[in-house]
Design a protein around this ligand. Structure first.
Ligand code: PEP
Ligand code: MG
Length: 324
């Protein structure tokens, strides 16, 4: 599939109307990194760090993590890699760090909630990332941030880790960005101060949709009832985009939907300028974006919503079929 899009691999995802959409790839294993060159992605918009924790039966050591992160950064050769701190709980359970039986693990003690309540692992991970960066730029994002206060607490851990490394005489990153994943609707209603403080927001659409529609992402039967391209979800996204535009906050979308052509097109038409997806989707999404005028897509979306459609998918997909 990558060969099919080889001719546009090094070209930007620039639409006919002149908007440039940044396309990154999602990764989680060293083995994913070669795709960075092959896919045409600009960087890694989501590096899921939990896999290294899931593949073993005891807690990895700081040194092991640090050398793995350093290998990832070396393989990325200066391209931006957004490392997401550990997102365990929910569907990803560690045998050596089990929460008590929870009736609703997806809404339970998971991700940053664990990281803040038992900060040992988060601190080790941040330290490993800083050491791996070894004076290079570093991008870290925290999963499942629901409140501004959680972001503040997580960022304070980052600052503490930086100060500690400095004190120990280790090189600190030449620059760093600290972002939050928006995976619950509540974060969209955080105060302006949050949007001003955070370096970037990455929408984790898989979880965000699960909580927006109250439909388990693992349960096909209920998940498929709800469409990402429904007016309700699109209007929610539109609100988040508007808030980010107002405060000048960098916003991207890194759930599975970002890699689906019709979804990607609609997100771009709403104003999203950064999408992160599985490597194999970068080529097809870029191909489509380069062929369209987002103003036209926007008109179709608006007309479909005005018509009372339950999803804009059909009209947008029908239109797209004539463009590519
Ligand atoms: C998401 O929730 O959309 C996301 C990118 O994270 P994960 O799929 O790992 O939960
Ligand atoms: Mg998630």
């Amino acid at each position: 599939a990558q060969e099919r899009y080889a001719s546009i691999r090094d070209l930007p995802a620039e639409t006919k109307c002149g908007s440039v959409i940044r396309l990154d790839m999602n990764a989680g294993l060293m083995a994913d990194l070669p795709s960075l060159a092959g896919s045409g992605a600009e960087g890694v918009g989501l590096f899921r760090t939990e896999l290294q924790f899931l593949v073993r039966n005891k807690m990895p050591r700081r040194g092991e993590l640090s050398s793995l992160y350093s290998t990832v950064m070396n393989a990325a050769a200066g391209k931006r890699v957004a490392f997401r701190t550990l997102d365990i709980g929910s569907d990803k359970v560690l045998t050596y760090m089990k929460p008590n039986d929870e009736p609703n693990p997806a809404m339970g003690w998971r991700a940053i909630r664990v990281g803040l309540d038992k900060p040992g692992v988060l601190r080790m991970q941040l330290q490993a990332l800083i050491r791996a960066a070894n004076g290079r730029p570093l991008t870290v994002m925290f999963p499942f941030i629901t409140l501004y206060e959680e972001f503040k607490a997580a960022k304070a851990e980052m600052n503490k880790a930086l100060a500690r490394e400095k004190r120990l005489g280790h090189p600190v990153p030449s620059s760093f960005e600290v972002g939050a994943m928006m995976e619950t609707p509540s974060l969209a209603y955080a105060p302006d101060a949050f949007f001003e403080e955070v370096d970037f927001i990455s929408i984790g659409g898989n979880d965000l949709k699960q909580f927006f529609f109250a439909a388990d992402r693992e349960n096909e039967r209920v998940r498929k009832r709800y469409d990402t391209l429904s007016p309700s979800f699109l209007s929610f996204l539109q609100m988040v985009i508007a808030r980010c535009e107002k405060t000048g906050t960098k916003l991207s979308f890194c759930g599975e939907d970002a890699g689906r052509p019709v979804e990607a097109l609609c997100f771009a038409a709403l104003g999203l300028r950064s999408l992160s997806m599985r490597p194999a989707s970068v080529g097809p999404v870029k191909h489509i974006l380069r062929r369209v005028d987002l103003g036209e897509v926007r008109k179709i979306i608006d007309a479909s919503i005005a018509d009372g459609d339950t999803s804009v998918r059909r009209p947008v997909a029908d239109w797209l079929a004539y463009q590519v």
